[in-house]
Design a protein around this ligand. Structure first.
Ligand SMILES: NC(=O)c1ccc[n+]([C@@H]2O[C@H](COP(=O)([O-])OP(=O)(O)OC[C@H]3O[C@@H](n4cnc5c(N)ncnc54)[C@H](OP(=O)(O)O)[C@@H]3O)[C@@H](O)[C@H]2O)c1
Length: 252
C-alpha cells in the first residue's frame, strides 16, 4: 500500500486491461483497498488512449470507473491517456502531476481531471458547468399545432416525458412509434392522457429498423411532419462488465 500523504502514479492500466478482461478478485480487492486508503492523496491513473485515437475500446471501462470514483466518492482520481510509444512519456507524466497537485475545483470551472496525450501534445477535456435557465432564451418554445411530430421510441421513459412536454408546448398531433406501441396498457394510458390534453395520438407498433413500419408511421397522420425524435434504445450490455461486488466498491 502506498505511503499516506504521498500522491500515487498507477501504471497498471498501461500494462493490462485492469478494469476489463484482466480484472481478477485479487485486483479488485487491491483497488478497493487503494480507494479506502485515499484521503487527500491524488491518484494519476495511466492508461492507453481511448478518448482520442482509440485502439482498444475495452479500456474505456477505466474511464467509467474513474468518473464514478470521482462523482460517487468525491476522490481525486485523474486519468492520463498515452500511446505506448510516446517519446516524452516521463516529462508529460511529471507535468500532469504538477498540474493536478495545484488544481482546485472552482464554482464556475471544475479542475481538469482527464488528460490525453496525442503526438506529444497534451489535450484536456474540459467540463464547464452552467445553468440551463441562464443559457436558454427565456422565450417559451411553441410547437406548431398544425403540424405533426414523430417520436421513435415515444412510449419509453424519455419518450413519455417528451411527448407530454411537447403537448404542453403546443404539439397537437403526435406519432409514437415503438414495437409495442398500442399493445400494452402503458402506451394506451399514455395515449389516453395525451388525448385528454387535446392532442391526436397515433400509436404505431413497429420497428425503426423496418422501412415499412416507418412508412406506416408517416402515413398515420394527414399533417406535415415537422419534427422527428429518435429515442429508441435496447440495452444489451452493461458498461461495467465486472463482478457484482465491484458495485459495492462504489458505495463503500
Ligand atoms: N432516460 C434517461 O435518463 C436518458 C438520459 C440520456 C439519454 N437517454 C437516451 O434516450 C433514449 C431513450 O431512453 P429511455 O430511457 O426512454 O429508454 P427506454 O425507456 O428503454 O425506451 C426506449 C424505447 O425504444 C423503443 N424501441 C426499442 N427498440 C425499438 C425499435 N427497434 N424500433 C422502435 N422503437 C424501439 C422501446 O419500445 P419497444 O420495446 O416497444 O420497441 C422504448 O419505447 C436512449 O437512446 C437513451 O440512451 C436517456
Amino acid at each position: 500500500m502506498p505511503l499516506k500523504g504521498r500522491d500515487i502514479i498507477a501504471r497498471v492500466g498501461l500494462e493490462s486491461d485492469f478494469f476489463g478482461e484482466d480484472l481478477t478478485p485479487d485486483r479488485l480487492a487491491a483497488s478497493q483497498a487503494l480507494i479506502r486508503h485515499l484521503d487527500a492523496e491524488k491518484v494519476l491513473w495511466l492508461c492507453p488512449p481511448f478518448q482520442m485515437r482509440c485502439k482498444d475500446p475495452r479500456s474505456t471501462q477505466t474511464l467509467g470507473v474513474a468518473r464514478m470514483v470521482r462523482t460517487e466518492l468525491s476522490l481525486p482520481l485523474f486519468t492520463v491517456e498515452f500511446d505506448a510509444n510516446e517519446s516524452r512519456f516521463e516529462e508529460l507524466v511529471h507535468s500532469v502531476l504538477q498540474k493536478i497537485r495545484t488544481s482546485k475545483d472552482e464554482a464556475s470551472l471544475h479542475a481538469d481531471k482527464e488528460f490525453v496525450v496525442t503526438d506529444s501534445q497534451m489535450c484536456i477535456g474540459r467540463y464547464h458547468p452552467f445553468e440551463l435557465k441562464k443559457e436558454v432564451p427565456s422565450q417559451a418554445l411553441t410547437l406548431d399545432s398544425a403540424a405533426a411530430y414523430l417520436i421513435v421510441g415515444g412510449t419509453g421513459g424519455l419518450g413519455r416525458s417528451m411527448a407530454t412536454w411537447m403537448v404542453e408546448h403546443g404539439a397537437a398531433d403526435l406519432i409514437l412509434l415503438s414495437r409495442c406501441a398500442g399493445k400494452d396498457e402503458e402506451s394506451q394510458n399514455l395515449s389516453h392522457e395525451l388525448q385528454q390534453m387535446g392532442c391526436s395520438v397515433h400509436l404505431v407498433a413497429g420497428s425503426v429498423e423496418n422501412p415499412n413500419d416507418i412508412e406506416r408511421a408517416i402515413a398515420s397522420t394527414k399533417k406535415t411532419i415537422k419534427g422527428v425524435f429518435q429515442l429508441a434504445m435496447v440495452l444489451k450490455v452493461s458498461l461495467l462488465n465486472v463482478p457484482n461486488d465491484f458495485i459495492q466498491l462504489i458505495w463503500l
